[in-house]
Write a protein that binds this ligand. Sequence first.
Ligand code: FES
Length: 106
Amino acid sequence: MVKIVIENMAQKEVTGKAGSSALRLMHENYIDWMHACGGKGRCTTCKMILISGADALSALTEAESRYRLAGELAHNERLACQAKVLGNCTIRTPEAYKLPHQTYSG
Ligand code: FES
């Protein structure tokens, strides 16, 4: 069992099976998270900001490496549809990708 804490959703805890993508875990926990391309690694709207636990995520995928090289994915950012969660981590929703109907605590 792994856990993602979403800092700016009032420390909401998302739990699930190790090895699932962060996006999948959010959906399994009924959390809405932007994912414009449907989780195919072709946009960056599912971006999450890592606060802690970078080691708890799988290595960058090819898609993420491409965005990183292009300067569209900072060193502390991952794509929720690409990063598999292998341990516990804390993240934030980026300002630009907050959903209008979702409540945020910061
Ligand atoms: S949903 Fe488009 S890259 Fe993740």
